[in-house]
Each structure stands twice: as C-alpha cells, then as structure tokens.
Design a protein around this ligand. Structure first.
Ligand SMILES: [Mg+2]
Length: 371
C-alpha cells in the first residue's frame, strides 16, 4: 500500500448538455427516400455477393439489427445473418448533405456544437436555457423540428455533462428523450456493465472483472485508494466517472469564413518561376493549416501585389470541396495566376486564401470505415 492522498471530487451540475444521435441514420434516410425499403431488413453496404465478399456494414435498419446485423460488421457476415435483406450502397454525399441540414437546425439553438459523426453531436445549451425546465423543453422542440423538417427521428439525451448526455441518448432508442439529473446518476451507472464506463477499455475491463468489479455498482463501491493503487492516474478518473463527473467541454469551433497565408518578399519576385515556386510553398502551408483546423473549402483566392503597389485578387470556386492537397491547391493557384496573364511586374506580396469553408471532422470518421 503506497501513501495515499484522498482527492475530493466535485460534481458540476451547472451546464446543460444535449447529445443528439440520429436513429440508424443512413438507413433511415434511404427508407425515407425509398418506400420499398421501409418494411424489409435494410443493410447499408456493398452487396458482398457482387463484390466477391468484400465490404463493411455502414449501418442497418432496426429490422436488420433484430437479425444481429450491426455496423462495422463485414458484409459477408451480414448476408449470412440476413440472407433476404436488401443491400444498398451508401450514398455518402447525400448523407453529408442531410448532416449539413441537421447542423443548420442545431445552429438555430447554439453555436456550441461538437460533431462526433455525421449523425451525432453534443450541443452545449447552457446559455440559451436559463434553467432545467427550459432545457427539457428545448430538447423536445429540437427533436420535433428535426422530425418536421427532415422527416427523420433522433434520440436525445440531456444532462450536465457529455458522458451522462451520451448515456442518456443511448438509453431509449429510437425516438427517445432521456434526461439524467443528479438523482438519476446512481440508478443509471450502477447497472452498467463495467466496459460501458467512460475510459474503461477492453484490457482494463478484464482487469476489473478479475478483481470482482463487474458493474457500475461494484466500481462505485471500490475505494479511491484501491483504484489509485491498481490503476494509477486512471484510477482517479474511474472514481470520478462512476460518480457522474465529466468536466470535458463541448469542443465547438467558431465558424471561420476563411483561412489563408500571405507573404511579402524582399527582394521582389522577378521571374515567373520564382512566383510559381512561392505559390507552391504557400499551397503547402495552406493545406497544412486546413488539415490542422479540420476544415476544407470550395473557393481559392489568389492575392498579388506588384512593385507599384497595385493589388489584385482573383478567386476560383469549384463545385465540390477542394481536397486539402498541396498539389491540387497549387494547380488552381497556378490556373488563376495564368488567368491574370502570368508574369507582368515584380511581385512584393503573394497570398493564398481558402473560403467557403466547412468542417471536415465528421466526414473523415465515416469514410474511413469504407476503404
Ligand atoms: Mg446514430
């Protein structure tokens, strides 16, 4: 037994956090748009009988789930469980558009939105709901507005932190609204299997089960010193989580209109090649910063200032989002530059800016599932 200093815990109940999770999102969109899919097991994946068995299930409707099909399962396994299911190849651009419509609705209520996936987000509604009663009303209204405008059902969880809000939304699917107040923490957490507690991974779960900690109630009954001695720093975290404590903020981003890089040159750039080399370097920096900020854009703006202080800006917009790829950005920058007539006079300033920006975060998560 090492020396132990008991750390007090503090449950912050001041915030009001929603977790909104669309029900079987892709499947629901396909069922909405195609009535013949509504009463059959529907699996969103390439049909493995046509791809030679490859592919992964993106999602499945509730009828297919009843047969044991779930997302991230191989499509070949899904076809064994549900041989009569309809397979539909996912249409990610469509789901992305619906996701954008969903976010437009969220934005009417709060800017503090943290997207987790196409169909899932945390919303911090502390400021727009001055008390608990208003927060509950807002949760109901939001769910109703999503249904009225998008014709899609969602499950909503409301609590005072992200951990509990997510547990709440998972509690009653589909179309549920679940609220976890302070007095609900024990009933909710006590019956949870240990691996569902925030921060408990597969390995830790195995370790806990060996120690006889199988449920939330078992974890709650374990002393802080025992947890700290066995699991080190994580032990303190488990001690907090099982008491419903989670102080992580909702990670929202102020909406950015544009992101750019510019440089002034002395001596001036006095050959076409020198200018193109600099554009290449700016394109690389711009791609890096877009990736870092998890944004992408549709419009590239080139700014040039010549030795006589004449400034020119010219933009090019493309239909879809430009990949955050230095070669692609450079190619368009070069296009714009050539469109301005190429080299005319020595250049003292060059700038590249991306506008028409949108968040990249949720697209990446989804697309990775799909080779
Ligand atoms: Mg969902």
């Amino acid at each position: 037994m090492t020396d132990f200093l008991e750390m007090p815990i503090h449950l912050n109940t001041d915030r009001r956090i929603l977790h909104v999770d669309m029900d079987a999102f892709y499947a629901q969109i396909e069922m909405r748009d195609n009535p013949s899919y509504r009463n059959v097991p529907l699996i969103l994946a390439h049909d493995p009988r046509k791809t030679g068995g490859r592919g992964v299930v993106a999602t499945a409707n509730y009828l297919a789930r009843e047969l044991g099909v779930h997302s991230a399962m191989s499509a070949a396994e899904a076809v064994k469980l549900a041989p009569h299911a309809v397979f539909v190849t996912p249409d990610f651009p469509k789901y992305r558009d619906v996701s954008r419509q969903l976010h437009q609705i969220f934005k009417r209520y709060t800017q503090k939105i943290e997207p987790i996936a196409f169909d899932e987000a945390y919303l911090d509604i502390t400021q727009m709901s001055s008390n608990h009663r208003k927060a509950v009303a807002l949760a109901h209204e939001l769910q109703q507005v999503i249904y009225d405008e998008l014709d899609l059902t969602s499950s909503v969880g409301l609590s005072f932190n992200k951990f509990l809000a997510k547990l709440a939304s998972e509690h009653n699917k589909p179309s549920g609204i679940t609220i976890i107040n302070e007095e609900d923490i024990r009933p909710f957490l006590d019956k949870l299997p240990i691996q569902d507690i925030r921060g408990v991974g597969t390995k830790t779960a195995e370790q806990m089960i060996k120690l006889g900690i199988n449920t939330g109630a078992d974890l709650f009954a374990t002393s802080q010193s025992d947890l700290a001695n066995t699991f080190g720093k994580s032990g303190y975290a488990f001690y907090e989580h099982i008491r419903g404590v989670d102080n992580r903020p909702v990670m929202w981003q102020r909406e950015r209109k544009s992101l750019g890089k510019e440089r002034t040159y002395g001596p001036f750039l006095d050959t076409e090649q020198a200018i193109l080399d600099e554009l290449k370097s700016l394109a690389q920096q711009l791609a890096d910063i877009l990736i870092k900020e998890r944004l992408h854009g549709k419009t590239l703006v080139l700014k040039l200032r010549d030795s006589d202080f004449n400034t020119e800006t010219r933009r090019e917009t493309i239909i879809d989002f430009l990949p955050n790829d230095e070669q692609e950005i450079y190619r368009i920058a070069q296009d714009i530059f050539e469109g301005l007539g190429g080299y005319q006079k020595p250049i003292r300033l060059l700038g590249l800016t991306m506008t028409n920006l949108a968040a990249l975060s949720f697209e990446n998560i989804v697309l990775n599932l799909y080779e």
